[in-house]
Design a protein around this ligand. Structure first.
Ligand code: FAD
Length: 345
């Protein structure tokens, strides 16, 4: 009986085996594709099959994004849909479109997106409707065409352990979000010209939620999420004035983004949008400078994949030194101004 069951399962798996075809939800702001979505494209390309990009929004911006997306490496087709409801998409307005694209006749085997606020609520919602799981914050993947299964790794316990999970053939559409620091952003490719397909929007009458406004923190500095250099400060910075007076000159001279520990954010030294860590942003720049940050695991969860970590701390036993490539036991109020002076000359 066991053999029969195995045979039945195997034949079902092969019956549903389809070449991978990923639908990647591309998010954009004012017509510029988010860097996280470009990383999601790279992840989708690694599945080894077709990659369709889905772009939604108001008419003007969608056309700009389509123009760029069809020239991106790995993209085989671009689906786009415009509607006033997609200018500020909500899970309630976007999910029906995804559901209709994933209707039974579709060839999509994977649905992929960056780990964004919108995707975190849309993907599990649609996956639940299809009665399949959604896998979040994927950092690597491989797809086995023979068994039609995809294996993912994802950090758990604030990055202290890595889980390897497999979505077998019995899951017809595999949903996953991608940790953008783990995949390089897809680049424009000369000569690339993906097929472009317009998709009718799915109008939702009287959605239960309504978009009121979006407030975006404005800064002349590089965006923390994608900056190649980050200078971060912790509780040791004392207050908002010393945080700014000490860190900003260093960030300026390095062309770096500014980050902060949660203690610094909670104490009002820095804006919430600058928080790095488990409950803040996850960054992996070329250079991460941790100034007066102890190195709690929740902070490390957001920066320990940085290529070069430099830490300045008065306490030689501070845990940050366990992950630092370059560590200086010193008072940051002496060291940082000196460093700025040297970098300027
Ligand atoms: P502290 O731990 O107080 O460290 C300050 C450091 O500055 C000390 O090591 C001290 O030796 C050093 N110092 C003091 N004066 C000087 C000086 N003059 N020169 C040099 N060094 C000096 N934290 C995050 O950062 N990000 C998160 O996303 C996050 N999420 C969390 C989620 C949960 C559920 C929980 C429970 C906690 C979270 N935390 C997070 C908080 C985290 O546990 C720590 O409390 C926090 O990271 C500490 O911040 P800090 O290193 O700035 O402060």
């Amino acid at each position: 009986r066991t053999i029969l069951r195995c045979q039945r399962q195997l034949s079902r798996a092969y019956a549903t085996a389809a070449p991978p075809h990923a639908l990647v939800f591309l998010e954009h702001r004012q017509g510029v594709i988010d860097s996280g979505s470009l990383s999601a494209l790279t992840a989708a390309e690694q599945l080894g099959g077709q990659v369709s990009a889905l772009i939604i929004g108001g008419k003007d911006h969608v056309q700009d994004v389509v123009h760029t997306a069809k020239k991106l490496k790995g993209v085989t087709s671009v689906l786009h849909s415009s509607s006033p409801q997609y200018v500020h998409p909500l899970p309630e307005t976007l999910s029906p479109l995804l559901e209709s694209l994933l209707s039974k006749s579709s060839s999509f085997t994977h649905v992929v997106s960056a780990t964004s606020s919108l995707a975190k609520s849309v993907l599990p919602r649609v996956a639940a409707k299809l009665d399949v799981p959604a896998i979040s914050e994927v950092t690597s993947l491989s797809h086995d065409k023979a068994s039609n299964s995809t294996t993912f790794t994802r950090p758990i316990y604030a990055g202290n352990a890595i889980a390897t999970v497999r979505a077998p053939a019995s899951i017809p559409v595999k949903f996953f979000t991608v940790r953008s620091t783990a995949f390089s952003p897809a680049q424009l490719q000369e000569g690339a010209e993906a097929e472009v397909v317009a998709v009718n929007p799915v109008q939702v009458n009287d959605p239960v939620t309504e978009h009121i406004k979006t407030t975006i923190a404005k800064s002349d500095r590089p965006d923390l999420g994608v900056a190649t250099r980050v200078v971060s400060g912790g509780r040791a910075l004392k207050n908002a004035e010393t945080f700014e007076a000490t860190l900003y000159p260093l960030a300026d001279v390095l062309g770096a983004a500014v980050g902060a520990s949660r203690a610094a954010v909670d104490a009002g030294y820095a804006d919430n949008s600058l928080q790095v860590g488990q409950t803040g942003k996850v960054v992996a720049p070329e250079l991460y400078m941790a100034l007066g940050i102890s190195g709690a695991i929740q902070h490390l969860a957001g920066m320990k994949d940085s290529k070069l970590i430099v830490a300045v701390n008065k306490d030689p036993d501070a845990p940050i030194f366990q992950v630092a490539d370059v560590g200086l036991v010193a008072d940051l109020f002496q060291v940082v101004p000196e460093l700025v002076k040297k970098l300027k000359t």
